[in-house]
Design a protein around this ligand. Sequence first.
Ligand code: FUB
Ligand code: ZN
Length: 799
Amino acid sequence: MRPPFLFSLLYLGFASAASAQKALPRDYPIQPVAFTQVHVHDKFWAPKMQTNADVTIPHTLQQCRQDGHIDNFRRAAGELPGDKLTQFPFDDTDIYKVIEGASYAMQVKSNPKLGAYVDSLITLIGKAQEPDGYLYTFRTVKAAKPHEWIGKKRWEKEEDLSHELYNSGHLYEAAVAHYQATGKKTLLDIATKNADLLVRDLGPGKIEVYPGHQVVEIGLAKLYRVTGKQQYLDLAKFFLDVRGPKGNDYNQAAKRVVDQDAAVGHAVRATYMYSAMADVAALTGDPSYLKAIDAIWEDVVNHKLYITGGIGATGNGEAFGKPFELPNMSAYAETCASIANVYWNNRMFLLHGDAKYIDVLERTLYNGLIAGVSLSGDHFFYPNPLASMGQHQRGSWFACACCISNMTRFMASVPGYVYAQNADNLYVNLFMTSTSDVQLPSGKVNIEQKTNYPWDGQLDLAVNPQKRQDFALRVRIPGWAQQQPSPGNLYKFMDAAPQPITLSLNGKPVQYTLDHGYAVLKRRWQKGDHVTLSLPMTTEKVVASTQVKDDQGKFALQRGPIVYCLEGPDNANGLVQNITVDQKAPVDVVYQDAMLNGIDVLTTNGVSTRRQLNSDQLLTTPQAVKAIPYYAWANRGPSDMTVWVPYEASASKPQPAPTVASRSTASSSLKSTKTLKALSDQYDPIDSKDANYPYLHWWPKKNTTEFVQYDFAEPATVSESKVYWFDDGPWGGCRIPASYKVYYQKDGQWVPVKNTTPYAIAKDQYNTVQFEPVRTTALKLEVQLPTDNATGIHEWMVK
Ligand code: FUB
Ligand code: ZN
């Protein structure tokens, strides 16, 4: 049976907060079982949610206080003098998102102190709201020099960058969560007052704008569910319908939403919009959005999805790249985009009832998404690269903190993705040790999962209906257990040998047929019934489509839902880019309780290669190779890392030979020393804008004179300098320099070399200058930045 896209169901609502829901004429045909009904106490997720409650939420609140996010509200409320504001007109949303996260967390475990603090924030938000409901601290504070994004009048720059409606959207989501958690209407009243203003000001025949950054549509849908107010749903629909075709791809406005068929532009905006299209389709019964989101989903899974489930490949516009453009070291894969990808795929499942959406959700959840937060809960990735040479590290805070506050609200809501229901169908989507109560039309069922997932494929389900009752238990059989790592054609297992999957009922194996990815057990259930599922936890080597340039000659290791990576601390000399592992190399697995909060470690054998001075021959050394789960990387300091492991020698990067440059001590006019290694790492970029390898840059400086310098290990005679400039125009802020000069050190003074060839400056190539030989201990490049831009350097060689 394919669960139909029904429009006639009454909304069943969040079980515990059912009173907070209005009966609606229609909603998703499948309903999630609320996270409040699912009590997770496993070794994997429970500690993560605990860390979120104990560390991430307080840390984020503390940073918001310190960074002035709360002062924005105090100034708007008239409690604090002055017009100083933080950096971004969307900074209000961090407060809303952390209130949402705190509300969820408090539903799992009460926390009166946090509850009181949230109440005080809500009081402050209320005071910052203008009498007619408008809530946007960046305008209300009336800064003498208003932020250039906000415009002179309300909504004027909404389609562009003001984020007024983005702020409203996150406010609504927070308000609904807070209401459902506490039953209090304090934040909900603020939200509806704001939404009523939107209804008055915006819409057909009024101000007709589309949200520059989507999310208000989802927020309005949630407000509609709680209040039953039709205008909120109508406005959400309007915000979709008014978009395009006169805008651009960046914010998905180049076409009408119903005409879109590919994922384009800013990945978070896009994916919130696809989620909203699913919501509006479900709530209005208007199927016209489905053709578009179905086609866009196919585009993503066939062309634009990282093996980690991350989306949005490029930092240029924080956007989806072209089909198959999935670079690893420069992967953007923003944490917010992973969160949005889970939201969207969950909604696709609720519409269509197909396990393939949960396959994508699970891949994103266990890999690209949770990599966004450190195991300690207080450091965060914004982009999530799939390879590194130590230049990536999690930070404790960012001026643009969207990913951090998003993590606080997401992590607390994870149990809400475990089960779903549609009439007397109970879907088991994710596997976590937990106990749950689910209200089916046929009666109440207590269901208990026991598993050591994701390290073990054994699942034990105790099904205890209150009375004997008929329903269908739909147990998801993950695609990865059936030799399909991900829906679509982007990835496949190298060795696609089918492995047995066993499903047993009360100790006896049962025959089942798969229905849209689910094993269906339809029967009259009774107390004490037991289902066991045994999934083949083999370690697989995954290869990417031949069209993904960056992954050629390489495989990724995957075991169950977990994608692995090689990381420096586990491998010889702290290096991994120079490793090659044979396609057929056997891989062992061992659980290490004391490592990185308990992980399965993979071990195999490979070789590492290194270059030699004055010889083209590579030196090859056999070595043991270790892999850890990708999500756990970068918890032991800056390090080398790669998800894609070369099996062809040509795909690996030999360790460079020691050169005058690499043996020197590098310094520069930059304060940070983080990128100095890039100068002599001997990785040739594809072109000047290639952000795949480390580079040094002076952005956002312009028109200044800067330098880089090598202090040699011992005196050397040099007569040539070769420099490869970093230039990421037209999007980025770096261009080739206006001019540059080479100096050498003589008797403690910097003396210009006597060049015998001109100082040519060109993009996408080495710029070589030869000079009369000098014997010296230090060489310096003096770089004049262009008038309106910065400059960067990929590589600087000397001979
Ligand atoms: O524009 C608000 C948030 O900041 C976006 O969602 C992120 O991608 C970042 O641009
Ligand atoms: Zn973000």
